[in-house]
Design a protein around this ligand. Structure first.
Ligand code: R5P
Length: 297
């Protein structure tokens, strides 16, 4: 097996390689003056199982192009099998047509990946459980939820789980059942033109609310969903809010918004690399490297 890392999340790739007692295969990345990218795998991979690790987080398109070129480079160099480990899958939220004239961007990237003859994909906490069904290649849809369980138990005794929107209820219900705690959801509306988020009410029995609420979601992008959901829960008597999300997309000023909010602590994984300047006091990052390693062994 050879492990190749794209440039989006080198620390995670290094952890995975170390756990597998391997070194990352050297790759040269070059950007031409006009912005085009070139990659070169600088090791023989003939007849090898090549694992390419790349999260397609910001800069999303650049990371996708890099991944496509790495897959093509590995295939043309004789790799016998290619597994793509894409801990965070960019474009996954564009999984259907929201307004006339839009593309189903998720399907476009799936078509490209499959046409490059990837043999298997490993990804984490995809936006909907239906996404793996859109592929014709095997997809291992892993979840960071098992890593969150223990941390949630540490937040206190009197806990309710919360989904910040109706789309996340399934995920939260599974976790609530595992932990034996109640759950609620907040109702979210996002203006498709402006992106403005409104969290309007609580869905589910308000009697389920407890002193501590733990909001669980697949990702934090602008941070507004988490912050607004926390505000509403606190308006309804919750005293402390902790948030857990697999993917720290952290766009715009998400770190400041989260740090300056009433949220106690923000738990994410390293599915997306969080640069030092985006880290903040309330943030705790949990690694998914072990889960990926187990899947590759
Ligand atoms: C959307 O349905 C997702 O599950 C997240 O709730 C959303 O992407 C979070 O976005 P933001 O942090 O920008 O509010």
């Amino acid at each position: 097996m050879k492990i190749i890392s794209g440039s989006s999340n080198l620390p995670l790739s290094e952890k995975i390689a170390e756990k597998l007692h391997l070194s990352l295969s050297p790759v040269e990345f070059h950007t031409f003056p006009d912005g085009e990218h070139r990659v070169q795998i600088q090791e023989k991979v003939v007849d090898d199982h090549v694992v390419i690790v790349q999260s397609t987080s910001t800069p999303v398109d650049q990371n996708y192009m890099e991944l496509f070129f790495l897959i093509d480079g590995a295939r043309r160099s004789g790799a016998s099998k290619i597994t793509v480990v894409m801990p965070y899958f960019g474009y996954q939220r564009q999984d259907h047509i929201f307004r006339d004239g839009e593309a189903v961007s998720l399907e476009v990237v799936i078509k490209i990946l499959q046409s490059l003859t990837v043999n298997k994909l490993i990804s984490f906490d995809l936006h909907t459980v239906r996404i793996p069904e859109l592929f014709t290649i095997p997809v291992s849809h892993l979840s960071a939820v098992s890593l969150f369980e223990k941390k949630i138990q540490e937040t206190g005794e009197d806990v309710v789980l919360a989904s910040p929107d109706m789309g996340g209820v399934r995920r939260v219900k599974i976790l609530a059942d595992l932990l034996g705690v109640p759950y609620v959801a907040t109702v979210k509306d996002r203006d498709l033109e402006t992106g403005v988020i409104k969290i309007s009410s609580i869905e589910g029995d308000e009697k389920n609310l407890r002193k501590i609420a733990v909001i669980v979601d697949d990702m934090i992008s602008s941070g507004k969903t988490m912050v607004e959901s926390a505000k509403l829960l606190m308006k309804h008597g919750v005293e402390k809010v902790f948030v857990f999300a697999t993917h720290a997309v952290f766009s715009q000023d998400a770190p400041e918004i989260l740090q300056n909010s009433e949220i106690e602590k923000v738990y994410v994984t390293d599915s997306v690399f969080v640069a030092k300047e985006k880290q903040f006091e309330k943030l705790q990052i949990i690694s998914i490297a072990d889960l990926i390693t187990k899947e590759l062994e």
